[in-house]
Design a protein around this ligand. Structure first.
Ligand code: FAD
Ligand code: UDP
Length: 371
């Protein structure tokens, strides 16, 4: 079969590019994924208890870009949802990100916003250059809160100390002096009403898109002689790891269905203590709005080996990626899009934004990569 466009990966990057090309160009698009389902890590399905669960860990949609929310709204209705997280610290559950309530509860204080700013300023250790994840937290809240909330969690999640990770990792989590206890502060926060998988199915349900699941890139590589490839898998894998493997962080997900209506007061409880092996526990009912006598939770255990989930924002890994990026830029017939293909710690909305921009470039024929 001859197709002009071959998309590898049916996650956000691949599905958005496929939908845009098929719609704009009136040309056929073949999408392959080696997994048995679409949606990649955002894949959700009903479990044996009939509850919607995210098979690759909790995925919460949030964005500050109206254009991205509007684009996805073509394929799904939404259920308003604001994510809340508690952290277990010194045996108590307190709001995370750190806010006024967190400090007052943990230290038995009754500070107001101004009082908390002063309290934090007395503890913060200013750093002339903020380079690492340790710098960014210690400079804002001081060493004790850094150790209670960030150090152990980060060491577990990444298998390295915050001092060995770019500032951007811990900087994802704000520190608030008000009582806002939402995990995200984006203008748009909602979950696809019928789940992510249903949204992907609608996106890919197009007369000019064909989806082949359980199909590895290596099985269809011959089609690339006549097709332009959009690759959304790991970039080092595409190039046979010729500059050495890029490091990724993985997770093991342990699901459990309990004979009780509710397990915990909010969707996610974080475990920053290093003596606890998992990083967080999520109860899906909070996120999905499902009801019923039973409830399903998932615990996340960080791993060095396994499916590549997280690119590592650290200098050596980024230097190696820079070699692949240069090679990718010089390789015709293929365009790299997404979290693994561009080795960026991107949220779903950022991947959608990158994919929309890439598809526009490809569709308007400006990309040198099309040559
Ligand atoms: P991927 O999702 O990695 O998709 C790549 C696809 O390509 C996969 O389906 C893979 O099977 C396929 N593939 C790879 N190689 C090949 C090959 N050789 N042949 C065939 N197919 C191949 N983002 C948020 O915005 N909010 C969240 O709450 C959130 N939570 C997350 C929680 C976890 C535990 C993880 C791991 C990620 C989370 N994310 C979250 C990030 C989100 O999952 C990603 O941003 C998004 O899924 C990236 O999409 P992608 O299409 O770029 O890449
Ligand atoms: N983090 C932390 N303690 C927490 C939550 C997050 O130290 O209670 C740090 C940790 O390094 C984590 C990063 O902040 O990897 C980003 O957190 P986020 O919740 O955004 O991670 P993700 O959902 O992408 O796994």
């Amino acid at each position: 079969m001859k197709v002009p466009w071959l998309v590898v990966g049916a996650g956000f990057a691949g599905s958005v590019v496929a939908e845009r090309l098929a719609t704009h160009l009136d040309e056929r698009v073949l999408v392959v994924d080696r997994r048995a389902h679409v949606g990649s890590n955002a894949f959700d399905e009903r479990d044996e208890a009939g509850l919607l669960v995210h098979r690759y860990g909790p995925h919460i949609f949030h964005t500050n870009a109206p254009r991205i929310a509007a684009y996805l709204s073509r394929f799904t209705a939404w259920r308003p949802y604001e994510h809340r997280v508690l952290a277990r610290v010194r045996g108590r559950l307190v709001p995370m990100p750190i806010n006024l309530e967190t400090i007052n509860r943990l230290y038995g204080l009754s500070l107001d916003e101004v009082g908390l700013e002063t309290w934090l300023a007395e503890r913060a250790e200013p750093r002339p250059v903020v380079r690492t994840s340790e710098d960014v937290v210690v400079a804002r809240v001081g060493r004790e809160l850094y150790e209670l909330f960030f150090r152990g969690y980060t060491r577990k999640q990444w298998g390295r100390d915050p001092s060995a990770l770019d500032a951007s990792v811990a900087a994802r989590i704000p520190v608030r002096t008000n009582r806002d206890d939402r995990y995200f502060s984006d203008i748009f926060q909602a979950m696809p009403a019928a789940g992510f998988t249903a949204m992907f199915e609608r996106m890919l349900d197009h007369p000019r898109i064909e989806v082949a699941l359980d199909t590895d890139w290596s099985e269809v590589r011959r089609l690339a002689r006549t097709a332009h490839v959009i690759f959304t898998g790991p970039v080092d894998e595409y190039f046979g790891r010729r500059f050495g493997p890029l490091p990724y962080r993985s997770l093991e997900f342990r699901f459990e269905t309990l004979e009780q209506e509710r397990y915990q007061p909010v969707a996610t409880v974080n475990e920053p203590d290093e003596s606890v092996a998992h990083t967080r526990t999520t109860e899906f009912k909070h996120v999905t709005g499902d009801v019923g006598a039973r409830t399903t939770i998932v615990r996340e255990f960080p791993r060095a080996d396994g499916d590549p989930y997280y690119p590592i924002p650290a200098p050596a890994a980024q230097a190696r990626y820079a070699q692949y990026r240069t090679l990718a830029g010089a390789t015709s017939g293929v365009t790299f899009v997404g979290r693994l293909a561009t080795y960026r710690y991107y949220n779903m909305d950022q991947v959608v934004g990158q994919a929309l921009a890439t598809a526009e470039r490809l569709a308007s024929g400006q990309a040198a990569a099309i040559a």
